[in-house]
Design a protein around this ligand. Structure first.
Ligand SMILES: NC(=O)C1=CN([C@@H]2O[C@H](COP(=O)(O)OP(=O)(O)OC[C@H]3O[C@@H](n4cnc5c(N)ncnc54)[C@H](OP(=O)(O)O)[C@@H]3O)[C@@H](O)[C@H]2O)[C@@H](O)CC1
Ligand SMILES: Nc1ncnc2c1ncn2[C@@H]1O[C@H](COP(=O)(O)OP(=O)(O)O)[C@@H](O)[C@H]1O
Ligand SMILES: [K+]
Length: 502
């Protein structure tokens, strides 16, 4: 599926219009026709069925008027409810309003609050707002959206959103106050990236792309979904041995947070690392020796946490390193963590308190062979903005993380995002069962193991987040929620078997 952001979409429309020397209203005609054709194909409405189209004054409303005209021509009893000020109709929307009326169509104008009672309806089309929404819905639209959702529930009829369900931010996937809960979203030209992200995904329903003439060229958008079709897997051959599968060194844990280190180490082994060595402050290490027999534990120093002198550790000879899980936030540890990022010469992943350490040293740059894996709060700390600012624009801030650090940036959460410098990647696996302590540590271990097995940093990050989410989806299928971070690690080989060995 081709995926774009709204700026790209508008640029595509403009470029098409200029090169084809045709007005944009021709695209609106194609869009509205494609919408009705798709509705016919999916719902096969019978002659005389009643469909209600909610139209706004922007061009999304224009698509709605075109679809309404095709519906009427097909023998559907179609009514349009135009919400908002008709004086504000765009020129193309007005033209299609007039064409619909000239064809005998009925339009009711409403301010938003007081909607006419819809007693019998077989389907609703949402053509209120598309990619033009950037601010929270104003109150009259909020009332309309609530009325659409309530009517669809009461009448048990489908709701088809044109381009974007009204209320969804097409770039960020955020809900701008409230949104239409669509059964089907027919997105115009190419899928808007926000439609593929949480929380929008639960409002989009079945997503169909209406291909228009302008997107038939060999256009590649700057956004991509991470799916089982485009990730890279490490391979084993019959001759593989532990020396060929990569040696991961993990710098993790402190007294009281030994578990984070164990989770990271276990996940690295489950993700195929040939050997895992766990470096831990001495007093923490003595608490966990033997917990995972496959892990080599190297106690460091003489204390509860890592300290600056621990930069003397020889970090050569490893294929990849994970640093940061559960190391704590002592000043000495943060100074040590930042110094280590300069000493490490192999690919590495930095997470959790390692990111806290980086945030204490603004402007510190990381090499491109480093992957950082912040959640929203860690990203906010790194970029010195609020959690809300990040939540409002996750696609923008994952790019900002890359720009600020130079590393391959992963922004975790529902719909984890990845940016390596060129394309925004949106993960498609994972579920709210992952909202439990330690699942981030397992992700760090997975990415480190993939780096150690030779994957490029961006590939290791993409495969890692997909694999981690897929393991969680398998567990959610078995248990629902309530599975543990350890179980996510233990589920990894089953996914590998399905994807690589079957
Ligand atoms: N270019 C073309 O020919 C093609 C365009 N295409 C179609 O056009 C769509 C984009 O059209 P667009 O740019 O006109 O914006 P659109 O989504 O209709 O939104 C503007 C309307 O929303 C309203 N509104 C905004 N914010 C609001 C808020 N917070 N709360 C309440 N209201 C708010 C705003 O009202 P205003 O703020 O002006 O009062 C205005 O009425 C695109 O998604 C696709 O469907 C395709 O068919 C291909 C050809
Ligand atoms: N609602 C959710 N849907 C999908 N994935 C989620 C959700 N909540 C959390 N996750 C995932 O779970 C992991 C949590 O990581 P993190 O917050 O660092 O946990 P911890 O620090 O306890 O290890 C991340 O990979 C994140 O993307
Ligand atoms: K819409």
């Amino acid at each position: 599926m081709r995926i774009v952001n709204t700026a790209e979409m508008r640029a595509l429309e403009k470029a098409w219009s200029e090169s084809a020397q045709r007005p944009l209203i021709d695209l609106m005609e194609q869009a509205g026709k494609a919408v009705w054709d798709t509705i016919e194909k999916i719902y096969a409405p019978h002659t005389g069925a009643h469909w209600v189209v909610f139209a706004g004054s922007g061009n999304n409303g224009g698509d709605g008027y075109v679809a309404a005209r095709y519906a009427a021509t097909a023998g559907i009893y179609v009514t349009v409810i135009h919400i908002g000020d008709p004086q504000k109709m765009t020129a193309d929307t007005r033209t299609n309003y007039e064409r619909f009326c000239a064809a005998g169509g009925q339009v009711t104008f409403a301010a938003g609050g007081q909607l006419p009672e819809i007693s019998e309806v077989h389907g609703i089309v949402d053509a209120l707002i598309g990619i033009g929404l950037t601010a929270p819905l104003r109150s009259h639209l909020l009332e309309t959206v609530a009325a659409i959702n309530a009517t669809a529930k009461k009448r048990d009829c489908p709701v088809v959103a044109i381009d974007v369900p009204t209320g969804v931010n097409a770039d960020t996937g955020n809900i701008m106050g409230d949104a239409v809960k669509a059964s089907l979203t027919i997105t115009i030209g190419a899928a808007k990236q926000g439609l593929c992200m949480c929380p929008a995904r639960t409002y989009v329903g079945n997503l169909q792309v209406a291909g228009l003439a302008m997107t038939k060229a060999d256009f590649v958008g700057s956004t991509v979904l991470i799916t089982e079709k485009n990730i890279t897997w490490p391979r084993r051959t019959p001759l593989s041995h532990k020396g060929t599968q990569g040696h991961v060194a993990i710098f993790a844990g402190c007294v009281g947070m030994e578990g984070a280190a164990l989770l990271c180490a276990k996940a690295a082994l489950r993700a195929g690392a040939g050997k895992v060595t766990l470096f831990m402050p001495k007093n923490a290490a003595r608490n966990i020796i033997g917990h995972i027999p496959e892990v080599m534990v190297k106690p460091v120093g003489n204390t509860d946490f890592f300290a600056l002198k621990d930069t003397e550790i020889d970090v050569s000879g490893y294929d990849a390193i994970a640093i940061g899980c559960g190391i704590g936030r002592a000043k000495e540890t943060t100074d040590w963590g930042v110094a280590m990022t300069e000493k490490i010469s192999c690919p590495f992943v930095c997470d959790a308190d390692g990111l806290y350490a980086l945030a204490q040293h603004p402007g510190h740059r990381l090499p491109a062979r480093c992957v950082i894996t912040p959640h929203l709060g860690e990203a906010a700390r790194l970029l010195h903005v609020t959690n809300r600012e990040i939540a409002n624009d996750r696609p923008g801030y994952v790019k900002a993380l890359h720009a600020a650090t130079g590393a391959v940036a992963v922004l975790k959460g529902a719909s984890t995002l990845l940016f390596e410098g060129t394309r925004l990647a949106v993960n498609t696996t994972g579920n709210a069962g992952l909202a439990t302590a330690g699942t981030g540590d397992t992700l760090t271990g997975i990415i480190a193991a993939l780096l150690a097995q030779g994957l490029a940093p961006a590939d290791a990050a993409a495969t890692g987040i997909w694999w981690h989410g897929a393991a969680a989806d398998r567990l959610a299928g078995q248990y629902g929620y309530g599975f543990l971070a350890t179980e996510v690690a233990d589920a990894l080989p089953y996914i590998y078997k399905e994807q690589v060995m079957e």
